[in-house]
Design a protein around this ligand. Structure first.
Ligand code: MRU
Length: 344
């Protein structure tokens, strides 16, 4: 990613507006906590780690709104800022993780301290930690792909779904970071990108990133992975995650579960790359993860063109849950493991 996805300077949060990519590279300038929450909700910024980072800066903007307020008013405002930001999207736990850190810090700071400075340093550290984690995940995941490439004695064709790249993290990405690192080591022949209906994060965003990095790829429809797996054309599948429950069940973009089932059927390794901030020990199993249901118009239309009869109705869950047993390994900044208990 050559473009900066998220940046903050002098009370201004700048977000590369992902709603318009790849057609327009435009920045949205966010000056307040309410607008930060709107930008997360309307998917100006999206991807689990990126919304956590944007929320951290949004929380800081919220604090800057309290100038001149009495302490009780400041505390009330910060509770409502946290609630508004956290309510922007329900599934990715990184949002809660980042806000817990920001609000936890706010609550422990003495009244006399430089609160804005401390909150800025915390938001920056959340941002930097993600950039560093991406690099480590890239190395860990590339090692797994190196083994497969060694066994097959050739470069690999890998499939990824949605966008788990720099646009989703502000760094090199999680799943796409693994692919970029492995490509740099000469292990990847090409990438299959599933289009990811309804919002087309694969077609619009992952293809945009791979083009920018000169990594060979083919866009395929969401209906095609079974065909390519049965033809032996896919050596591994790598996706990101939005929330990983305590037992390893993993919520990610709708369509991930069917990819994991197909991978199991065809003996294709299915990897999930995610930072530790995506692991949610507070949710025991996948059925406890809240799944965002978005507007049916996203299914009934492509762009603004209606594709179904006026009388049609639709369902639009944005995520699904892949049972832990279908996941060959979790790739994290602390190593790649088959069983997430090995991370503790
Ligand atoms: O609805 P989105 O675009 O925010 O969904 C994004 C995904 O599902 C990603 O795969 C996930 O957040 C991991 S991003 C590193």
């Amino acid at each position: 990613m050559k473009k900066k996805v998220i940046s903050y300077d002098d009370a201004l949060l700048r977000l590369l507006d992902q709603r318009f990519l790849p057609g327009r590279e435009e920045y949205r300038q966010v000056r307040g906590s309410r607008e930060a929450a709107e930008a997360i909700e309307d998917m100006t910024v999206r991807g689990a780690p990126a919304i956590g980072i944007a929320a951290a800066y949004g929380y800081l903007l919220g604090f800057l709104e309290t100038r001149g307020m009495e302490l009780s008013g400041v505390k009330r405002h910060m509770r409502s800022v946290r609630e508004k930001l956290q309510g922007a999207r329900p599934t990715a736990v990184n949002l809660k993780w980042a806000l817990d850190r920001m609000h936890g810090l706010f609550e422990t700071l003495p009244e006399t301290s430089d609160t804005a400075g401390a909150l800025l340093r915390e938001a920056e550290s959340i941002h930097t930690r993600q950039i560093e984690s991406d690099i480590k995940m890239g190395e860990e995941g590339a090692r797994l792909l190196e083994n497969i490439s060694g066994e097959k004695n050739r470069k690999l064709k890998v499939l990824t779904h949605c966008n788990a790249g720099g646009l989703a993290t502000g760094g090199i990405g999680t799943a796409l970071g693994v692919i970029k690192t492995a490509f740099g080591k000469g292990l990847i022949e090409s990438v299959y990108v599933s289009e990811t209906r309804p919002r087309l994060q694969g077609a619009r965003l992952t293809c945009y990133e791979l083009s920018g990095d000169n990594i060979p790829f083919r866009l395929i429809c969401d209906t095609m992975p079974g065909y390519f797996m049965s033809a032996g054309e896919i050596d591994a599948v790598i996706t990101g995650a939005d929330r990983i429950a305590a037992n390893g069940d993993t919520a990610n973009k709708i369509g991930t579960y069917q990819l994991a089932v197909l991978s199991g059927r065809h003996g294709v390794p299915f990897y999930v790359a995610a930072p530790l901030s995506t692991f949610d020990p507070g949710t025991p199993r996948g059925d406890g993860i809240s799944i965002e249901e978005r507007d049916p118009s996203e299914v009934l239309e492509i762009g603004s063109a209606r594709i179904a009869p006026r009388s049609a109705s639709a369902r639009n869950p944005a995520f699904d849950v892949t049972p832990a047993g279908l996941i060959s390994a979790f790739i994290t900044e602390k190593g790649a493991v088959r069983d997430i208990n090995e991370l503790q």
